[in-house]
Ligand binder design. Structure first.
Ligand code: HEC
Length: 141
């Protein structure tokens, strides 16, 4: 059988096998934390993170480009493992969660009705999106 024919025959099978429902369609623009979490996170941030990161200080092209497109689990895991820099791992799971919720707010991601959860599978299924205004940064000031 010619190779092209073989390919045409298996192509529908390949397309059908694609998991349509497992697409990581949820992104940080879909309201993945609540306003209450961000408010708690802001209080914590001022106490624990602000000495090194003023609110908004991480909203730079360097930081947003680095995390863009990656699962939120990566960012949460990084903060959980490495921050606060002088005492990593010193906060509770809930404190890390609200800190990340407030970080998302700083990145101008919208709040929603579902609280951010520390569940690894849930965090892995959320993709970090770009800043809403990232493409316009520089043209307005
Ligand atoms: C003592 C100073 C200090 C404190 C306090 C601190 N950080 Fe950091 N943070 C740093 C430094 C330094 C880096 C950069 C580390 C590197 O690039 O290796 C960093 C990096 C980060 C990054 C990644 C930035 C990027 O560009 O990818 C995040 C997110 C972050 N910190 C969040 C937090 C949060 C949340 C808190 C509070 C819970 C916190 N930090 C507290 C010093 C600090």
């Amino acid at each position: 059988m010619p190779r092209r024919t073989a390919l045409l025959l298996i192509l529908p099978a390949l397309l059908a096998a694609r998991p349509l429902h497992d697409d990581p369609a949820r992104t940080t623009k879909d309201g993945v934390y609540t306003a209450a979490q961000a408010a708690e996170g802001e209080v914590l941030w001022r106490e624990v993170c602000q000495s090194c990161h003023l609110p908004g200080a991480l909203v730079t092209p360097a930081t947003t480009t680095k995390w863009f497109g990656r699962p939120l689990a990566d960012l949460y895991g990084y903060v959980r493992r490495e921050m606060p820099q002088l005492d990593p791992g010193s906060l509770t799971e809930d404190e890390y969660l609200v800190a990340v919720a407030y970080l998302l707010k700083q990145f101008r991601m919208p709040a929603g009705t579902t609280p951010l959860s520390a569940d690894a599978t849930a965090l892995a299924a959320i993709r970090i999106d770009s800043l809403p205004s990232a493409s316009r940064t520089g043209s307005r000031r």
